[in-house]
Design a protein around this ligand. Sequence first.
Ligand code: AMP
Length: 226
Amino acid sequence: MNVVFMGAPSTGKGTYAKMLKQDYGLPHISTGDLFREEVKNATEIGIQIKDIMEKGMLVPDEITIQVLKKRISQPDCKDGFILDGFPRNLEQAKHLDKSIKIDAVINFVADYEVILHRISGRRICKDCGHIHHIINIPPNEGNKCIRCGGEVYQREDEKPHIVKDRLKIHEEKTKPVIEYYKQKGLLYEIDANLDVNHPEFRVIKDTKKVLDEIKHNKTHNKQGDK
Ligand code: AMP
């Protein structure tokens, strides 16, 4: 099952993918994470894209597609994957269509104010990557990670002026991708306004419903082919 998770920055798609990947035995492929790894390791690609990422701009398609293709050709992707952060523009979506069949696209939708609150309060542990929020999940005193005690920091591209640019890019470049998948009949929308620790939070439940339906249809179609 090949699934794409979409949504503006900070709608939580990465978190949901991490929460769901085990249940469905699918690896979570985040182009943002792949790129951050390249930057951290100061690879040739990492050096090329560091500045672009810090400014919240899109990495050129050529590099993005190269990195993604390499990752999805790994053995753990043979039965499918959850893509997070790709495709981000129409060119990438069309390119993906040429190489692989996408079974469903889930778009997580949240209000602008909710996104701004989430993203501007987000702080990440340098050591273990645990995500905090200055109000909802505050780090320990001295900006220390609540899980491993590592240093907690704000990502360069989550600073307010960059966030606004990223949301603009999402509006201009990524929204047409959502429309593209809608036309293809692959789009499902999920309300992601409530926070993970809100008592009425139901994003995972709603997403599972969609994924179970797709899985069921896929098995059914396969049986029909025999
Ligand atoms: P994310 O963690 O998905 O918000 O991605 C962080 C940054 O990585 C983005 O702001 C872009 O600079 C870059 N990036 C991630 N995915 C893509 C993509 N599909 N196309 C271009 N740039 C990307």
